[in-house]
Design a protein around this ligand. Structure first.
Ligand code: NAD
Ligand code: ZN
Ligand code: ZN
Length: 351
């Protein structure tokens, strides 16, 4: 169905260190190679809270900018050169708007595209999906996904993809009966627990300050759950004879989680920093980290990992816990996300 409206509502960040606003903006039209999606569902990510809180000059984004980087929608218009078979298809947006031709893109690392210049893509430097329509630069940024509700699909665009990518990168260390600690089982972490439980034989340790998050992680397959890293290692020592952890997936990234998480590592252990709470740590040989340490900071994920995580969901192996809110409730929902008052992922649907 062709789009007739010329303006639409969008949730835009208009100034740094402030809350977004709902504003009227023009409906974009697809140029050559581009696709226009009617937005069906958008997940709210904690990274948006970090973005809003940035002092001016931190990020190279031009404001106002429409937020929303976890987007599922239906293709309603295509530009010249795009196959008409895309029309009416439900798809999830791969939000890293990579060039497709640089060294990293050619080897399947679009998430490290050399041309990104700090503006990553959908809702992170370019107009995102918290609007009635979103313009996607090319077919490469879409993964079609039949048989899954848009509200369950949207969180896979980032929460699912980032968790999957971090686990995939460290699959060798996770193999062989390892112990993996997931710190922060919110939007990303609760999907990480499910991906670990369905695709590895790891002993999964969930840590979260919120008891409700721990309850859901137990139901998703965590074997040990605790409200602090210290309690978790104590439980491991008591129940399994060793408190050592092979891989720590830190979805918080505060000073305390980085230092306590790395303190729990076994020799050869890996600390994987995903959360952006602003913590830092010193890495050095022969200091606090164990022999053969490995610290990494994966960023989002390439398209092939998005396809893989969508496949897991289509096969019923993983499913995002979601709370659905209406578009007009988005600002209040962001306040709750900032306050930590969320279970799984908040997903925004049209009014
Ligand atoms: P969320 O708010 O949904 O979940 C965070 C969870 O961490 C909550 O359950 C909270 O209770 C828990 N938590 C907070 N402080 C804690 C502490 N000190 N110890 C234990 N648990 C604690 O957030 P989210 O959307 O899942 O995002 C998680 C982090 O990942 C954010 O910092 C976000 O910016 C970052 N992120 C990184 C990437 C990447 O590519 N590296 C991608 C997406 C999000
Ligand atoms: Zn995000
Ligand atoms: Zn590139």
């Amino acid at each position: 169905m062709p789009v007739t409206s010329t303006s639409m509502r969008a949730v835009q960040l208009t100034a740094w260190e402030s809350e977004p606003e709902v504003r009227d903006v023009p409906v974009p039209r697809p140029g050559p190679g581009e696709l226009l999606l009617r937005v069906d569902a958008v997940g709210l990510c904690h990274s948006d809270i970090h973005v809003m809180s940035c002092p001016p000059g931190t990020l190279p984004y031009a404001l106002p900018m429409t937020l929303g980087h976890e987007v599922a929608g239906t293709v309603v218009e295509v530009g010249d050169g795009v196959a008409a078979s895309w029309l009416d298809r439900l798809a999830v947006v791969h939000g890293v708007w990579s060039c497709g031709t640089c060294h990293n893109c050619r080897r399947g690392q679009e998430n490290h595209c050399l041309k990104l210049d700090g503006r990553v893509g959908c809702g992170l430097g370019k107009p995102g999906g918290l609007a009635e329509y979103v313009l996607v630069p090319s077919e490469r940024q879409l993964v079609s996904a039949d048989g899954i509700a848009a509200t369950k699909l949207a969180p896979l665009a980032d929460a699912g993809l980032t968790a999957y990518h971090a686990i995939r990168l460290h699959r060798d260390a996770i193999a062989g009966g390892s112990t993996v600690m997931v710190i922060g089982v919110g939007g990303l972490g609760h999907l990480a627990v499910q991906i670990l439980a369905r695709t590895t034989d790891a002993h999964i340790v969930a840590v979260d300050t919120r008891e409700a998050a721990l309850e859901s992680s137990r139901s998703h397959g965590a074997h040990t759950a605790a409200t602090s890293i210290g309690d978790a290692t104590e439980q491991l020592r008591r129940d399994r004879g060793s408190s050592l952890v092979d891989v720590v997936l830190d979805f918080v990234g505060a000073d305390s989680t980085l230092s306590q998480g790395s303190g729990a590592l076994a020799p050869g252990g890996r600390l994987v920093m995903i959360g952006g709470a602003g913590g830092s740590m010193t890495v050095a040989k022969g200091r606090d980290l164990p022999l053969g340490w490995h610290v990494s900071a994966p960023f989002w994920g390439p398209r092939q990992d998005l396809e893989a995580v969508v496949d897991l969901a289509q096969r019923g192996l993983i499913e995002a816990d979601i709370e659905i809110v209406r578009f007009s409730e988005t600002l209040e929902a962001y306040r709750r996300l900032r306050a930590g008052d969320v279970r799984g992922r908040i997903v925004v649907v049209p009014d």
